[in-house]
Design a protein around this ligand. Structure first.
Ligand code: PLP
Length: 395
C-alpha cells in the first residue's frame, strides 16, 4: 500500500482548495438525509424543476437515437442557436465558429483561463469573487491579483482600482455581473471605463454572464463585449442554461470570443472531455428557443423571495445586508456577530440552517444566503438565524 509520503501530486494541483460552497451543500444534504430538518440557504441552484418542454426535448433526443458523440465543440444547431441568442439578447454578433459549448459555464471559464493564462501571468479578480476563479488560475500556473471592493462602491471594482494593479504581466480580468456572491450588476456606464482600460492595456476580459436573466429592479443588462469593437475583440463572453432554465444538472455552458482562441479551446476539449452530453445539448437547444415567459415567471418569484428575505432581516439589527440587483443570493455582513466560518458552522449545527461563509469568496465576515428556496423556508430559516443570534449575543 502506498503510504502518505510516497504519493506525488502535481505541484499546481496540490495547492488547489476544495469548493467551500459544494462542501457545505454536501454537508447539508447529508444532514437532511439523516432526517434533520435543514433549511438550505447554501445552494447555488434554482429550486424549480427544469421546464417540461425542455425535458421532453431530451426524451425525444434519446428516442431518436441522438445518443452519440457530437463535434467536441457542440452541435452546429446549438452553436447557431447560441449565436442567435447573443444577437437577440446582447447585441453581440458571433459566428457559430466563435462559439464553444462545454460541460457547464464553469467548464467554459476553466478552459478559457487554461488557454489564455501562462505560468507567471497575472489575472485580475475583483473580490468578493466566485470561489472557483482563483483555483482555476492556480491550475493554469498563473497568479490571481485580488482587488478588494467594499459596500461604498456596491462591491463593484472601478477602473481606477484596476489601473493600480496593472503591469506587464497582467493578462486577464474576470468580471462577474450579476455577481456571485454579491448580486451586484455593472451598468453600461460602469463598464465603459473598465473596457477602455482593458483595451488600452491589451487585457483580455472573461465576462461571466451566467445570471444575466435573473435581474430584478432594472431591465438593462449590458455585456461588456457589446460596448465597442476593441473590447469585443478582447472579451470572452460566458453564459449557460444552468441558472436561467433550472438546468444545473444538465451541464451545458458556452463561451464565445476570438475565433483563433476558440480553436485552441476546441483542441483542449478534443483531448479532455470531447463533447458535452448529446442529450443535454438537445435540451439546451430547446431552452434557448423557449419563450421568455417561463424565465420571467421564475425571475418574478426570485424577486418576491429576495424582498421577503430582506424584509425579515430588517428586524435583525446585527446583520447588514446589501440589496442584490441580480442572481439569487443575499450577501450579508455578519461581522458584528462573529467569525463567519465559525458562525456558518454553528448555524448549521445549532439552528439547522445551511449558509456559506464569505471566506471562500474573499469576504471574511460575510455570509451568503441563497433565496432560491420557498418563502416558507425563507421565513423559517431567517427566524432560526435571528433566534440563534439572540441566544448567542455577546453580553
Ligand atoms: C458566477 C458563476 N459562474 C459560473 C457558474 C457555473 O455554472 P454552470 O452550472 O453552468 O457550470 C456559477 C455556478 O454556481 C456561478 O455562480
Amino acid at each position: 500500500m502506498m503510504d502518505h509520503m510516497t504519493i506525488r501530486i502535481n505541484s499546481r494541483i496540490r495547492e488547489v482548495l476544495g469548493s467551500s460552497t459544494l462542501a457545505i451543500t454536501a454537508k447539508a444534504k447529508e444532514l437532511k438525509a439523516q432526517g434533520k430538518d435543514i433549511v438550505n440557504f447554501a445552494g447555488g441552484e434554482p429550486d424549480f424543476d427544469t421546464p417540461d418542454s425542455i425535458k421532453k426535448a431530451a426524451i425525444q433526443a434519446i428516442q431518436a437515437g441522438k445518443t452519440k458523440y457530437t463535434p467536441s465543440v457542440g452541435t452546429a444547431e446549438l452553436r447557431q442557436a447560441i449565436a442567435t441568442k447573443f444577437k437577440r439578447d446582447n447585441s453581440l454578433v458571433y459566428k457559430p465558429s466563435q462559439v464553444v459549448v462545454s460541460c457547464g459555464a464553469k467548464h467554459s471559464i476553466f478552459n478559457i483561463i487554461q488557454i489564455l493564462a501562462d505560468e507567471g501571468d497575472e489575472v485580475l479578480i475583483p473580490a468578493p469573487y466566485w470561489v472557483s476563479y482563483p483555483e482555476m488560475v492556480k491550475i493554469a500556473g498563473a497568479k490571481s491579483i485580488f482587488i478588494p471592493t467594499t459596500a461604498k462602491t456596491n462591491f463593484k471594482v472601478t477602473a481606477a482600482q484596476l489601473k493600480e494593479n496593472i503591469n506587464e504581466r497582467t493578462r486577464i480580468l474576470i468580471l462577474s455581473s450579476p455577481s456571485n456572491p454579491t448580486g451586484m450588476l455593472y451598468s453600461k456606464r460602469e463598464l465603459e471605463p473598465i473596457a477602455e482600460l482593458c483595451v488600452k492595456n491589451n487585457i483580455y476580459v472573461i465576462s461571466d454572464e451566467i445570471y444575466e436573466k435573473l435581474i430584478y429592479d432594472i431591465d438593462a443588462f449590458t455585456s461588456i463585449a457589446s460596448l465597442n469593437k476593441e473590447i469585443y475583440n478582447l472579451t470572452f463572453t460566458v453564459n449557460g442554461v444552468s441558472k436561467t432554465y433550472s438546468m444545473t444538472g444538465w451541464r451545458i455552458g458556452y463561451a464565445a470570443g476570438n475565433e483563433e482562441v476558440m480553436e485552441y479551446i476546441k483542441k483542449y476539449q478534443d483531448h479532455s472531455t470531447s463533447c458535452p452530453s448529446s442529450i443535454s445539448q438537445e435540451a439546451a437547444f430547446q431552452a434557448l428557443n423557449e419563450s421568455e415567459e417561463k424565465v420571467r415567471a421564475m425571475r418574478d418569484t426570485f424577486k418576491q423571495r429576495r424582498d421577503l428575505m430582506m424584509q425579515l432581516f430588517d428586524d435583525v439589527p446585527e446583520v447588514k445586508y446589501f440589496k442584490p440587483e441580480g442572481a439569487f443570493y443575499l450577501f450579508c455582513d455578519f461581522s458584528k456577530v462573529g467569525d463567519s466560518e465559525e458562525i456558518a458552522k454553528k448555524i448549521l449545527e445549532d439552528a439547522n440552517v445551511a449558509v456559506i461563509p464569505g471566506d471562500g469568496f474573499g469576504a471574511p465576515g460575510f455570509l451568503r444566503l441563497s433565496f432560491a428556496t420557498s418563502s416558507e423556508s425563507i421565513e423559517e430559516g431567517v427566524k432560526r438565524i435571528a433566534a440563534w443570534i439572540k441566544k448567542n449575543r455577546k453580553r
